[in-house]
Design a binder for this molecule. Structure first.
Ligand code: ATP
Length: 503
């Protein structure tokens, strides 16, 4: 699986999807650039999400707020005081880790052990095996479970109370070692704030410290009343936004899974207090349906409900995708109560009440949010789509089985040979279709090689202009996944392809 992930990373680079940032200067940690095909795929992902939010719901509208915001916003939101990760260094390897991640990895290992025990027993007992009963009665599993729960309880306590020594103690007690040095020679745990800061204005006129936003959500909260009033919105309604966010992540690894500059697609849904759980369930379902509609395989997704809730939330779940390195969070769905709006009332001194004309009451709405990283969704789609398969003639074909609507190039137009007017004809087809969807003209190398190149970037359809085209204005159209071909009239191409690639 690790090999597979490495292959996907190099595929992304080799085929112009994702490049390390500042590569000729040896790169910049956890920052990446999107190449010619990557940007098309990314734009399509954003467009699909945007449409699924704003077109499919008559009560969700979009905004685009600035990255720079008043510094007090981050005090109100709690980010200045609490957007921290607990850091710990290993004295031998001099490597820095997130203390919470070390403990979470330890817990995940216990979960693994339990699953392995159950799988072993299932094999031994065959059809009559009752996994539930086995989990509840097997002494070894109960032992693991007890260890898991006790550690988690102490971990939650230490984190919520900000007891950093307590966090360290867990690492020591559980004999968690540094993966590099193999030793448990740890420093104390310190808090590290993830926000990037810079200065606005020149020093002469008194520069002030401002932050690069670590999430897009706050831009929505501070604009909620602007949108509600100018759009005459009635509860429940939502505001969607796509934009860059910045976090000074300590452990930057796993390619574009955890970046320091990334993009979020967030939607805050404002509801009447008391109705938040209904909407939380609604958005859980709706968002899962979105993911499954991408066709990567339903079994690749699961919910992970949070037991440990952030101070502002009364319910939270993650949608996880099975990456080559395990099930990982791609999207978070949170019921955030009225925490944010109330804090902004307090810090700004402005009322953020909604006037409900039916009850003639004013109140601060509750919020259910869906929050997803564009780059993580991109990665999940890349991982789900990447496929190596043996063809009939024994060759290995690398194909990106991207949903047609997301593919960077929808149609490749390939003249069989570069003579007898075939190339001119092909170019004319491209000229005719390029306003409807992305087309690519390619005349270089053998037709087989050209098909492979299109497979590797996920182009769902290739058409070949051959001698027959010159006689009857028909072309062969090849399907990426089945590699089957059939003939169609050039005049019908637009309709046929549109029906398959339209979002
Ligand atoms: P994690 O636990 O992985 O750090 P989080 O719970 O802090 O993520 P949220 O603050 O809920 O994440 O952000 C919402 C979404 O934004 C995440 O589900 C993820 O898709 C995306 N995201 C968050 N941090 C990053 C990052 N450093 N790089 C890329 N995407 C990110």
């Amino acid at each position: 699986q690790e090999d597979l992930f490495k292959k996907i990373i190099s595929h992304c680079k080799e085929y112009g999807f994702v490049f390390p940032s500042s590569e000729i200067y040896d790169g910049l940690g956890a920052v990446y650039d999107y190449g010619q095909y990557g940007v098309e795929l990314k734009n399509n992902i954003k467009s699909l999400w945007w449409k699924s939010m704003t077109l499919l719901h008559d009560n969700v509208v979009g905004i685009d707020s600035a990255i720079f915001m008043h510094p007090r916003i981050w005090q109100a939101s709690g980010h200045v005081d609490a957007f921290n990760d607990p850091l710990i260094d290993n004295k031998d390897s001099k490597k820095r880790y997130r203390a919470d991640v070390l403990i979470e990895d330890y817990l995940a290992k216990i979960e693994d052990k339990i699953e392995k025990e159950v799988a072993k027993a299932a094999k031994r007992f065959g059809d009559s095996f009752n996994a539930q009963l086995y989990r509840e009665t097997n002494p070894r599993i109960l032992g693991y479970l007890e260890e898991y729960q006790a550690t988690q309880k102490e971990f939650t306590r230490a984190l919520t109370e900000g007891d950093l020594e307590g966090v360290r103690q867990i690492i020591i007690d559980k004999k968690i070692v540094c993966p590099i040095s193999g030793t448990a020679n740890w420093t104390e745990v310190r808090q590290f704030n993830l926000m990037f800061a810079t200065e606005m204005g020149s020093t002469a006129e008194g520069a002030s410290k401002i932050y690069l936003r670590p999430e897009t959500a706050q831009g929505i909260f501070v604009n909620y009343l602007n949108v509600q009033k100018t759009g005459r919105m009635k509860l429940p309604f939502g505001i969607a936004q796509i934009g860059k966010a910045f976090r000074n992540e300590i452990v930057a690894r796993q390619f574009i899974f955890r970046m320091r500059e990334f993009e979020q697609m967030e939607m805050q849904f404002f509801v009447t207090p008391g109705e938040e759980m209904k909407w939380f369930e609604y958005w859980k379902k709706s968002r899962m349906a979105f993911h499954k509609s991408l066709g990567m395989g339903d079994q690749k997704y699961r919910f992970h409900d949070h037991e440990k809730l952030a101070h502002y939330a009364n319910a939270a779940t993650d949608i996880e995708f099975e990456m080559p390195f395990g099930f990982k969070e791609v999207e978070g769905i949170h019921s955030r109560t009225d925490y944010d709006l109330r804090r902004h009332e307090e810090y700004s001194g402005k009322k953020l009440r909604y006037f409900d004309a039916t009850t003639e009451e004013s109140y601060v709405p509750y919020v259910v949010e869906t929050s997803i990283g564009v780059d993580r969704l991109f990665l999940s789609i890349m991982c789900g789509a990447y496929c190596e398969e043996k063809t009939d003639n024994g060759e290995i074909r690398t194909v990106l089985r991207l949903p047609a609507a997301l593919a960077p190039i929808k149609l490749a137009v390939l003249p069989l040979v570069r003579k007898d007017g075939l190339d001119e004809k092909a170019k004319a087809v491209v000229r005719d279709l390029r306003f409807d969807f992305t087309c690519q003209y390619d005349e270089k190398d053998s037709i087989g090689k050209r098909y492979r190149r299109q497979d590797a970037i996920g182009t769902p359809y290739c058409i070949t202009i051959d001698n027959q085209t010159m006689e009857d204005d028909t072309v062969t159209i090849r399907d990426r996944d089945t590699m089957e071909q059939h003939r169609v009239a050039i005049a019908d191409l637009r309709k046929e392809i549109m029906a398959k690639v339209d979002m």
